[in-house]
Design a protein around this ligand. Structure first.
Ligand code: SAH
Ligand code: SF4
Length: 392
């Protein structure tokens, strides 16, 4: 989501006549798009901001801008703590940056309202044949560890006709693969009728995008296990362009911890969803997100996470150490797990994830796969890198 926000910022800036320079020191606008999902993102960013401060003192005409979730989460203090920042805006206010840059007086400005999605901003895509499509913004879940609902606001689906038109335009522009984006993609559409738009469910949206000529691959991230229903999987199985990959965030394998996380499913319900996926889309790669060291997580709870990972056999997993975020319920909970315990659990988790993923990957040996080539390999420029439909 953040990367796509950056693409939209770049698209907007190039519309205003800005171009990228190789070195920060050569820029007359230094713009950061920030993430705040975990503490490590914040701390890395503060170091970058320090460098911007120095560059600004060398050339006071230079503009320093900060957008994204970090900016949103410190909105009341950003100009007090960082007086050299000229403009700050939340993830829902990207379009305000243009207003600021074209205004007469460049005095410190902050834009933090939650508004309708600014769909008119053209994205400057990284690759001509791949595109993100943001289908909704915000999140109505209340996961106790997560800062996103406070930085991105309530969930709002974009009307389906607007999305279809956008994909048609992308296809005409040469896009072959589109990734539908949202914090909870499969709850898409529930708010549309109430806002006076035509009804459309996530499953229907998948079918509508699949019908667009020129789009060969559809991906989406992230669905929520609670909303992974039969209609979505039927669309998944029947639509030729929908890729055989489902990201199904687990977070924890222990029902007790899932409850404290307010994920609204337990271990059994999650496993039932996995069984349903295997039934409808047997060959699908299943990937996940897991947090270790949530407050109160015991060795027994963690062992349950390992069991689920063994049982499901994920094709890959993003694993995170719990990071207390300002303003979230989990940050105030008792039973903080000591850092060395978190690290040790993480190591054990990664071992199981990798062992199971390797075993799962065996099914591809000797099998021809369709690959969309993305460019030279990062590690060896004489080779090419690309992705199979399973996201390998
Ligand atoms: N909306 C998506 C993803 C949101 S953030 C979803 O619900 O699946 C991506 C991942 O970051 C989450 O799935 C979670 O595993 C991780 N994450 C979020 N907040 C975190 C925190 N405070 N500490 C550690 N990991 C976190
Ligand atoms: Fe955060 Fe939960 Fe919403 Fe995902 S579903 S963005 S983890 S609150």
């Amino acid at each position: 989501m953040n990367e796509h926000d950056s693409e939209r910022m770049k698209g907007m800036l190039s519309g205003l006549g800005y171009a990228e320079v190789a070195e920060r020191a050569e820029a007359d606008l230094i713009l950061f798009n920030t993430c705040s999902i975990r503490e490590s993102a914040d701390s890395r960013f503060i170091a970058h901001l320090g460098e911007a401060k120095r560059l600004k003192s060398e050339d006071p005409e230079r503009i320093v801008g900060v957008g994204g979730c970090w900016a949103q989460s410190v909105k009341d203090e950003v100009f007090g703590r960082f007086p050299f920042v000229d403009v700050a805006f939340g993830p829902g206010q990207i379009h305000k940056l243009a207003e600021f840059l074209t205004s007469d007086s460049l005095t410190a400005q902050g834009y933090f309202e939650f508004e309708d999605f600014a769909g008119h901003l053209p994205a400057q895509r990284e690759r001509p044949f791949q595109a993100w499509l943001q289908i909704s913004q915000g999140c109505n879940c209340v996961c106790s560890y997560c800062i996103v609902p406070s930085t991105r606001g309530r969930e709002q689906s974009r009307p389906s006709h607007e999305l279809i038109a956008e994909v048609e335009a992308l296809a005409a522009d040469g896009v072959r693969e589109v990734t539908l984006l949202g914090q909870n993609v499969n709850s898409y559409g529930r708010d549309l009728a109430g806002r006076g738009f035509e009804r459309c469910t996530f499953a229907e949206l998948l079918r509508a995008v699949d019908a667009i000529v020129g789009i060969d691959r559809i991906r989406y991230t992230s669905p929520h296990p609670k909303d992974m229903k039969e209609d979505v999987l039927a669309a998944h199985a029947e639509c030729e362009s929908v890729c055989e990959h489902i990201h199904l965030p687990l977070q924890s394998g222990a029902s007790r911890i899932l409850k404290a996380m307010r994920r609204t499913y337990d271990r059994d319900r999650y496993m039932a969803r996995v069984a349903m996926i295997r039934e409808h889309v047997p060959d699908a790669a299943i990937t996940t997100d897991i947090i270790v060291g949530f407050p109160g997580e015991t060795e027994e709870d963690f062992a349950e996470t390992l069991e689920v990972v063994e049982e499901v056999g994920y094709d890959s997993a993003f694993t995170f150490i719990f990071s207390p975020r300002r303003g979230t319920a989990a940050a105030e909970m008792d039973g903080m797990v000591p850092h060395p315990v978190k690290v040790e659990r993480m190591e054990r988790l990664v071992e199981v994830v990798q062992r199971r993923a390797r075993a799962r990957a065996e099914r591809f040996v000797g099998r021809p796969l369709e690959v969309l080539v993305e460019g030279p390999s990062r590690t060896d420029p004489t080779r090419l890198r690309g992705r199979s439909r399973h996201n390998k």
